[in-house]
Design a protein around this ligand. Structure first.
Ligand code: PAF
Length: 274
């Protein structure tokens, strides 16, 4: 029977009575199949599974969609229950944050390029809440999607930098049949915008094809992606290595190609790992 827990202290106390490995899937709710694959893998690999749902205010900038971010409490609970989650952690912001407290800052360079440039300070909020959540749950493994590639890299590096004892498990992006990467924010798209949004995954697929034809110059690949994305508002197109350093040529098994574009009012991210 899944237990729903609302405070950090109560979750810590409950987990103290558990034995074996703990798998943790941190989320902001509005769960979709991408989250489900994380939860299912966590279920297969661990004795105890914890999912958190917390729309973390500190990772939203002034004027962003904190107030309107999709909240689907009942549906999310059902998904977790059906996926055999043991603990669903549903904290209020007041139990997660105090006033004038310490926090984690993202790296000066790699926390402030790409997504961090579009949303300065966003990754400080992400790293701070993930540090808090990992300290509360103390999991053996924590599961994240590759769709938020920069977030995944920064969390993996934070875990290394702070000598934390958790394995970060990265999982492939889950897509609709037509290629659109699943995101809780896709619900903002009108049917017309949804069609436009397909340009993003299509452009990345095209990049993959160019690389298969041995075209590896980053400039050439980025130009092709930009041409396909027209007339969307493009925040960035980038070719980086796994450490998020820009590279001039694609390196097999060490490259991520990333796109962020705004469709209507919705900011959409996608990437492919080469
Ligand atoms: O990717 C997300 O849903 C969030 O950024 C995370 C990791 C749960 C932190 O709030």
């Amino acid at each position: 029977m899944m237990k729903i827990i609302q405070t950090p202290d109560a979750l810590k106390a409950a987990l103290q009575n558990e034995s074996g490995t703990v798998g943790f899937v941190p989320t902001m709710g509005a769960l979709h199949s991408g989250h489900r694959t994380l939860i299912e893998r966590s279920r297969r690999e661990n004795d105890v599974v914890v999912v958190s749902i917390f729309v973390n205010p500190t990772q939203f900038l002034e004027g962003e969609d904190l107030g309107s971010y999709p909240r689907r409490k009942e549906a999310d609970e059902k998904i977790c229950e059906l996926s055999k989650v043991d603990y669903l952690f549903y904290p209020e912001a007041a139990s997660m944050y105090a006033r004038d407290e310490a926090g984690i800052t993202a790296p000066d360079v790699r926390g402030y390029i790409l997504e961090g440039r579009s949303r300065p300070g966003h990754f400080d909020g992400v790293l701070t809440v993930v540090m808090k959540l990992l300290n509360i749950v103390n999991p053996t493994r924590a599961y994240f999607g590759k769709k938020d590639a920069q977030q995944l890299m920064l969390i993996s590096e934070m875990v290394r930098s702070f000598f934390m004892d958790v394995e970060i498990v990265a999982m492939d992006t889950v897509r609709e049949d037509d290629g659109l990467a699943l995101s809780s924010r896709n619900v903002y798209l009108s049917s017309e915008e949804r069609k436009e949004a397909l340009k993003i995954s299509f452009s990345l697929k095209r990049a993959g094809k160019l690389i298969m034809q041995n075209i590896k110059a980053s400039d050439r690949i980025m130009a092709e992606i930009h041409a396909i994305l027209e007339p969307l508002e493009v925040e960035y197109v980038a070719v980086v290595n796994r450490r998020f350093e820009p590279i001039e040529h694609v390196e097999i098994d060490n490259t991520i190609i990333l796109v962020e574009a705004v469709v209507g009012k919705t900011r959409l991210l996608d990437n492919i790992w080469i």
